[in-house]
Design a protein around this ligand. Structure first.
Ligand SMILES: Nc1ncnc2c1ncn2[C@@H]1O[C@H](COP(=O)(O)OP(=O)(O)O)[C@@H](O)[C@H]1O
Ligand SMILES: [Mg+2]
Length: 580
């Protein structure tokens, strides 16, 4: 239960709605229980008249009570509607608030967090877990309040009539509550298994749809079908188990209510003979018992709802309480000029314990272009991760414009950087939206300009819908080189103070690559540029080149100087020239 305490702040936020809901529940129950008394009075009145052989006003009597019952039923309906309009609506509003809170937290958490948690898990917390919490805030709270009011009112009414009868009639109810609790617990467990299998089926189909080209070219259809068939079979099996238990639910409740009703008639009958109660009281009691049955049954159901909500909220809290290890501490708006310094910087990734960078020292002055060269896994991207503050260094100091990177305004730092990552991720949407990603309002002329600088303009114009062409899963398929050039255009449009190209020209042909690099040079006369590549031709024009190996700088200098060194760089240069 302690995990659900977190939600109290939301209940407090919507306290007026909640209190109003409470009042409505109370009024609903008042209107719900009086008709039982009307039935008793009508019956007793009827019997009196029959005994006295006075049949004159019978229909008047019955019409009077009939109308009262209808009137109360209507009023009960009205207030029931209002109850749902308050409490259930409140639960939806809290669901909305909580979803936003979790999503906002997601946006703040570091890349490290995303490496440690699976996407499916992140999605579940924001969908399934929050739904379970809503079931606590809405139905569970509503039924709990309803039950406590109804229970006290009915017991009070029953005791007014007969203590003996009340005791007997109430006897089966705790058994009812307990058995419903056990059954719904089992139903929940089984349906979770069904859900899990459904996710497996979804994952299997998703994979085979994305990999359909491989499946077809390896003629693997039958195998793929078999895997699907197996998991569907398992799904059906689990569904059948669930249905078996669900089928017990209603008969169980009906049996226990039946027992109560039989007891009412039997014990009640005896009491009538003793003259303690009237015949009408028996009818009244039967109505009470039936009214109590569902709320009492719901105790079991509500308990399991609350338990599930608590487990879900625990998972949500775990994320909400995660410390953001990289956050902004400075809200001034000093802009970034672009000088970068690394002093003995080391980086160890905490999840893998890999020392990606060891005692790196380098200085990049504004207006200069630096090339970073090294084999895959040598630590090139790690340097960029540090400059963008996607990670913080474990040791040493990084300075931007002579000030520690951690004391810069993080938002300004990141918005001053134009980073083209290795995998150039594009969002589903139009080309225009993808290039214009950095800014809220889109300037068509500038978008076109950015596409031109990325050597992509002609191709975009050859698409039927030009800049409005949809890319992504349901849109046009772009080649690797086209994707990279779009990612580059996105950064040209951003027009940042610091350009970082992380191996993002690998699929672009040599001719276009040189043009893009020339455009970049034009663009960055007063700006800092970092170009990462494992191809020497991409970086040879840089003012300075650092050569990385196993996280250490092993050589540094201009292309000419490095060739003179006759070591690692020049050897690779010879190889690459040969392979061309
Ligand atoms: N986000 C990360 N979490 C854990 N280990 C990482 C991460 N990124 C890179 N590494 C590891 O750090 C080393 C350097 O990687 P990286 O900087 O990506 O090299 P490069 O860009 O030169 O290919 C590699 O051994 C890689 O496996
Ligand atoms: Mg890399």
């Amino acid at each position: 239960m302690k995990h659900l305490k977190y939600l109290n702040k939301f209940l407090w936020k919507y306290k007026t709605t909640l209190i109003l809901g409470l009042v409505f529940v109370f009024i609903t129950n008042i209107f719900a229980i009086y008709p039982a008394e009307f039935v008793r009075n009508a019956l007793d009145g009827l019997l009196d008249k029959l005994n006295d052989k006075d049949t004159k006003d019978i229909s008047l009597l019955l019409i009077k009570y009939g109308c009262l019952i209808v009137l109360f039923a209507i009023l009960k309906g009205v207030f029931l509607y209002l109850t749902r309009q308050t409490i259930i609506v409140m639960s939806r509003k809290i669901e909305y608030d909580l979803k936003n809170e979790v999503y906002e937290k997601y946006q703040k958490l570091s890349i490290e967090f995303y490496k440690k948690n699976r996407t499916g898990d992140l999605m579940n917390r924001i969908t399934e877990d929050i739904t379970k919490v809503r079931m606590y805030l809405g139905p569970a709270i509503m039924y709990a309040i309803n039950l406590s009011f109804l229970f006290s009112l009915i017991i009070y009414k029953m005791l007014l009539v007969s203590t003996v009868l009340t005791t007997y009639v109430l006897f089966p109810l705790p058994i009812l509550a307990l058995s419903v609790y056990f059954v719904s617990n089992r139903i929940n467990k089984k349906s979770e298994k069904v859900q899990a299998q459904l996710s497996t089926i979804t994952a299997i189909s998703q994979e085979s749809f994305s990999g359909i080209r491989i499946i077809k070219s390896f003629t693997n259809e039958e195998n793929s079908l078999y895997v699907f068939y197996q998991s569907c079979k398992e799904y059906t099996q689990r569904q059948i188990e669930l249905i078996k238990i669900e089928a017990m639910f209603i008969p169980l409740i009906i049996t226990l209510i039946g027992i109560s009703t039989v007891l009412t008639i039997y014990i009640g009958g005896l009491e009538v003979f003793k003259g303690n109660i009237t015949t009408g009281n028996i009818a009244e009691f039967i109505i009470y018992v039936n009214m109590l049955a569902w709320p009492v049954a719901s105790v079991g159901w509500v308990t399991s709802l609350v338990q599930r909500a608590a487990a879900s909220q625990e998972r949500i809290n775990e994320f909400l309480q995660k410390k953001e290890n990289i956050y902004n501490t400075n809200n001034t708006d000093t802009s970034i000029i672009g000088k970068i310094e690394f002093n003995d910087v080391s980086l160890i990734y905490s999840d893998t314990n890999i020392e990606a960078l060891t005692k790196i020292n380098l200085t990049i002055n504004t207006g200069k272009q630096i090339g970073i060269f090294g084999k895959t896994g040598s630590g090139k991207t790690s340097i960029v991760n540090l400059i963008c503050r996607l990670y913080d260094a474990n040791d040493g100091e990084i300075k931007i414009d002579n000030k520690n990177i951690r004391s810069h305004n993080l938002n300004i730092l990141r918005s001053s950087i134009g980073y083209v990552p290795q995998d150039g991720y594009l969002f589903s949407g139009t080309i225009k939206d993808n290039i214009g990603f950095a800014k809220d309002d889109i300037n068509e002329a500038e978008i076109e300009n950015a596409a031109r600088k990325a050597e992509m303009l002609d191709e975009i114009n050859s698409f039927p819908n030009k800049f409005n062409t949809i890319i992504g899963e349901r849109g046009i398929q772009l080649s690797g080189g086209q994707r990279q050039r779009l990612a580059i255009a996105r950064v040209f449009y951003k027009d940042p103070q610091l350009y970082i190209f992380d191996d993002c020209l690998s699929a672009v042909d040599a001719n276009k690559e040189q043009k893009i690099l020339n455009n970049l040079k034009q663009e960055t006369k007063n700006k800092t540029t970092i170009i990462i590549s494992h191809r020497i031709s991409t970086i040879e024009e840089s003012d300075n080149i650092i050569v990385l190996d196993k996280g250490k700088i092993i050589e540094e200098g201009s292309h000419k100087q490095l060739l003179k060194n006759q070591s690692f760089y020049s050897q690779i240069h010879v190889n690459q020239i040969h392979n061309q």
